[in-house]
Design a protein around this ligand. Structure first.
Ligand code: HSE
Length: 309
């Protein structure tokens, strides 16, 4: 039996649309991601359990784990029977890389179960393909950090998909999911097809500046570049009270604020636990729309997808 855990992720991190992604874990070290368990079996079996399993499609062929199995078997040229349990702990359509979590945990577990026929890079490429099938475009900013951990820059240059970059160890990431859903597909449709020259220049400067500041460990400079010219101006209309919330969170003391992936989860960056707790209290009282919503104080997850049993 193999049990695999995959962490939640924040895609884009404002400045890196489709090119930056971060794996996160709650500071209390609790699990915050999906779990996949694989056992030997004579046929293919899939059981969904966990807090958000009721939201998964009822038809087997529409389940992302089934799709992973189909693509994995095709890739290794062998139909391997197995019994899979998906513990769906991540809310679907939350902007926390829920599908990436299931994809990464499933493919990693399947590969382990079959004694690792695919290399790490082959697995990552397959993960991106599957993510693309769900959200409409191949983007690795959730699957790469989910699989590899840490802060990842997505390069997609020939076979070099993603590389780890340094991050500020003192940054605390407070994430708030209001309890509502936004599909990545829809959230991508509202973005313009073309951007003007000045926007492209500003965006390149911000991303290059952020990467430079991360490598040279200049925290204040990095924060100055943490701006979203590509998605946030268009997505704020589907995220309730975004600008008002941003203003208040900054006033409480957060140094950074943005949309996690395609939303509606938002993230705040704090450089003290006291501020992180105050931000968390305010968001819990004011940002959540229903009882399912949550706020979590997180740090960077450095391990990515791992075998836990
Ligand atoms: N980078 C993608 C987007 C996926 O913003 O649409 C985020 O989860």
């Amino acid at each position: 039996m193999i049990t695999v855990y995959s962490p939640a992720t924040i895609g884009n991190i404002s400045v890196g649309f489709d090119t930056l992604g971060l794996a996160i874990s709650p500071i209390d070290n609790s699990y915050f991601g999906d779990i996949v368990i694989i056992k030997k079996c004579k046929t293919f079996k899939l059981k969904n359990i966990g807090k958000f399993s009721k939201k998964l499609p009822k038809i087997l062929e529409k389940n992302v784990v089934w799709k992973c199995w189909k693509y994995f078997c095709k890739k290794i040229n062998k139909k391997v029977p197995m019994s899979i349990i998906l513990k769906k702990n991540m809310p679907i359509g939350s902007g926390l890389g829920s599908s990436a979590c299931s994809i990464s945990a499933s493919l990693f577990a399947m590969n382990e179960f079959c004694k690792n026929p695919l290399s790490k890079n082959e697995l990552l490429i397959l993960m991106g393909k599957l993510e693309g099938k769900i959200s409409g475009n191949i983007h690795f900013d959730n699957v790469a950090p989910c699989f590899l951990g840490g802060l990842q820059i997505i390069l997609q240059k020939n076979n070099i998909i993603s590389q780890s970059i340094p991050f500020f160890q003192n940054w605390i990431w407070v994430i708030a999911w209001p309890g509502t859903k936004i599909s990545t597909l829809q959230s991508r449709k509202i973005l313009p097809k073309k951007y003007n020259k000045q926007t492209c220049i500003d965006h390149s400067r911000n991303l290059a500046g952020f990467i430079h500041a991360s490598y040279s460990m200049q925290e204040n400079l990095a924060i100055k570049f943490l701006k979203d010219k590509i998605a946030e101006p268009y997505r704020i209309k589907i995220i309730p009270k975004f600008l008002k919330t941003k203003k208040i969170i900054k006033k409480i003391g957060a140094i950074g604020f943005g949309i996690s992936g395609s939303g509606p989860t938002i993230f705040s960056i704090c450089n003290s636990i006291k501020i992180a707790k105050n931000v968390s209290i305010w968001l819990s009282k004011n940002y959540l729309k229903n009882k399912k919503g949550f706020v979590k104080i997180c740090k960077v997850n450095n391990t990515g997808t791992i075998k836990i049993r």
